[in-house]
Write a protein that binds this ligand. Structure first.
Ligand SMILES: Nc1ncnc2c1ncn2[C@@H]1O[C@H](COP(=O)(O)OP(=O)(O)O)[C@@H](O)[C@H]1O
Ligand SMILES: [Mg+2]
Length: 258
């Protein structure tokens, strides 16, 4: 991949479920090192968009490319290589509930089948440290963790393979404002240190404002605006006006399922 090549491109993407059109000729480009918040109303198709970027779902029409590779390319090996370059934090079911924190983070490292347990232990401890947890937390089971810790462990797991692209779906939903802020600070800090590209879906204005990056707005079945938050917030569009200037209550009833 040459340095000017975008990390993500969506070109002319249509997504239809039966008669309902979710995305209509949607275009989006995300460059290397970009930190992008994606906002949009409940049911506007944010999670679907992430699923398409992840290759979990094919759009009805149009093209999705990651690192210059068309996700419709049938070459399984190439697709696997692309997937290995991204980390993801899902909104729900973030951790394997039957595995300890340690084993959750070690999971994808073990799947590589080329690291011995000592290496894995070092890497797991490093990831725990990155998300401000200690080695002893590795022994805990997901059910024993607070909401904020679940998110941080999920982040550690998403970062296990040192992804170049991190995708997060509503990572602060269910957290109180303080913990949300802490989590976004953590993302900013790690991104600054490691330089990966971030795409974060959120319906929360505070979370978006905390993220040190730009914003893309999903409305009217497409990305209606993308740019620095201050610039986008000034645009005259009903959803944007509502999201940035009025209340965020309507956006609080957010749900998403995988
Ligand atoms: N597998 C599916 N079959 C039919 N409709 C779906 C499916 N997945 C999502 N939808 C619908 O598509 C719309 C967008 O969903 P989603 O991407 O989850 O929105 P968001 O994450 O922005 O809330 C919603 O109206 C949802 O009900
Ligand atoms: Mg969603």
């Amino acid at each position: 991949m040459n340095s000017s090549e975008p990390v993500i491109t969506l070109e002319g993407v249509w997504t239809c479920y039966g008669d309902s059109v979710i995305h209509k000729d949607l275009h989006l480009r995300v460059d290397k090192g970009e930190v992008l918040g994606v906002v949009g109303g409940s049911g506007s198709g944010k999670t679907t968009l992430l699923r398409e970027i992840l290759g979990l779902q094919q759009p009805s029409r149009g093209k999705v490319s990651l690192f210059g590779v068309d996700l419709a390319d049938p070459d399984e090996k190439r697709q696997r290589a692309v997937r290995r370059r991204l980390g993801v934090l899902f909104q729900h079911g973030a951790l394997f509930s039957a595995l300890s924190v340690y084993d959750n983070i070690a999971f994808s490292l073990r799947e590589l089948k080329c690291l011995d347990e000592e290496w894995i232990r070092n890497l797991v401890h490093l990831k725990l440290q990155m998300v401000e947890l200690e080695p002893r937390h590795g022994r805990l089971m997901p059910a024993e963790l607070s909401g904020g810790m679940v998110k941080r462990v999920a982040l550690a797991r998403a970062l296990a393979l040192e992804p170049e692209l991190l995708l997060l779906d509503e990572p602060t939903s269910g957290l109180d404002p303080e913990r949300s802020k802490g989590f976004v600070r953590l993302i900013n800090g790690l991104q600054g240190e490691l330089g990966f590209t971030v795409v974060m879906v959120t319906h929360d204005l505070e979370t978006l404002n905390g993220l040190s990056g730009s914003v893309a707005v999903l409305a009217d079945q497409r990305i209606v605006a993308k740019g620095p938050v201050e610039e986008v917030a000034r645009l005259d569009h009903p959803y944007i006006r509502n999201f940035f200037r009025l209340d965020t209550d309507s956006a609080l009833m957010e749900e998403g399922e995988y």
